[in-house]
Design a protein around this ligand. Structure first.
Ligand SMILES: C[S@@+](CC[C@H](N)C(=O)[O-])C[C@H]1O[C@@H](n2cnc3c(N)ncnc32)[C@H](O)[C@@H]1O
Length: 335
């Protein structure tokens, strides 16, 4: 039975440069996984007991994908054969291809787009680390896991985006499977020059942006000059041009549903503001924060960050490093 697959090793795909943070995180979580073979963006682990598909259900922020390791092969074909053998004939085999290339761990699409798994589906992954090094892995797709081969959606930023933050919003939306609708109003702290705002407006979502800095023309075009002037027939942007700490309930008005922050401030400052905004706007149902760290090893404080969100009433909480991040993590809270 496919359900009883056990393996001695697992492997994780990470952002190149995050391997040490991943190992520290697994220790902090008390997983008793011992790291073994490692390359940039790729870390294997071993435990006292064999791993099963269930062992992979660990919310490791530094792992973009976790797989049971089916071993190393010299060719792509051989790695695919290992996956077919492990899965047997019971399920249609979906095999993803990830590759360390151009100093990044990236998903490789075999056509125009990746084939995306449904919840519960088994997925094989061939990880190409070099011309004759192909690792085969297997995992089960689930809630909160990226459906993309290396946890990166392969999105290209549109030419009119004023900043790379556009990618952060789009990647997080895809990784976590977030859904926004036209009734949503997002408050974003640290919104200038406006990459996130543009992505949200393009999704039909209105935004209250808080930042003393200037916004790019492309988002100013959707701007309204007073919160009370919000039109009902199109997504709008209201620039609250001041520091987060000076923003009041009056600036937010009614109906804010999401809190976002991309401020370059410490996790403590951002989480304090998050708690204050959630009090001012009890209709907030989701939080998406980019936490900026001075050192990735600060990930060991993750339980405190998740506990802060839980104390604000968020039932589902996640910390995740995305492919577009460097010394950053996405922190998600859902009510
Ligand atoms: C990385 S940029 C944000 C990029 C932006 N989210 C985008 O989509 O283009 C960080 C921003 O945080 C803002 N910032 C830093 N401290 C802030 C504070 N206390 N209140 C509001 N904005 C702040 C800065 O002015 C800066 O524009």
């Amino acid at each position: 039975m496919t359900r009883s697959i056990t393996e001695e090793f697992i492997f994780a795909l990470t952002n190149p440069g995050s391997e040490k943070a991943l190992k520290l995180e697994s220790e902090t979580m008390g997983l008793a996984w011992r790291s073994g073979y490692q390359r940039r963006g790729f870390v294997t682990f071993k435990a006292d007991a064999p791993y099963t598909l269930d062992s992979l259900e660990q919310p490791l922020a530094c792992a973009r994908r976790l797989c049971l390791s089916l071993g190393k092969s010299a060719t792509h074909e051989e790695a695919r054969t290992r996956i077919h053998q492990a899965m047997g004939d019971r399920e249609a085999v979906m095999i993803h291809h990830a590759r360390f290339f151009d100093r990044k761990m990236q998903g490789v699409s075999d056509g125009d787009w990746f084939e995306l798994p449904r919840l519960g589906q088994l997925v094989g992954t061939v990880v190409e680390l070099g011309p004759d090094e192909f690792w085969a892995g297997l995992h089960r797709h689930g809630q909160g896991l990226s459906p993309y081969p290396a946890g990166d959606s392969g999105m290209a930023m549109p030419a009119d985006s004023p900043s790379r933050a556009w990618l952060k919003l789009e990647e997080a939306t895809r990784f976590f499977g977030l859904e926004f609708n036209r009734n949503d109003i997002v408050v974003e702290l640290g919104c200038a020059p406006g990459g996130v705002v543009l992505a949200l407006l393009n999704r039909g979502v209105s935004v209250i942006g808080v930042d003393p800095a200037k916004m790019a023309e492309v988002v100013v075009a959707a701007g309204i000059s007073a919160r009370d002037d919000a039109p009902a027939d199109r997504p709008w942007f209201y620039h609250c041009r001041k520091p987060a700490a000076l923003t009041s309930k009056r600036d937010l008005g009614q109906g804010v549903t999401w809190f976002m922050s991309d401020m370059n401030q410490s996790p403590e400052v951002v989480l304090n503001e998050c708690a204050r905004f959630c009090k001012m706007a009890p209709s907030i149902r989701g939080v998406l924060i980019t936490l900026k760290l001075t050192d990735l090893l600060q990930v060991s404080a993750k339980t405190e960050w998740l506990a802060s969100l839980a104390a604000m009433g968020f039932k589902t909480t996640r910390l995740q490093q995305l492919s577009v991040h460097h010394k950053e993590f996405a922190l998600l809270g859902l009510k």
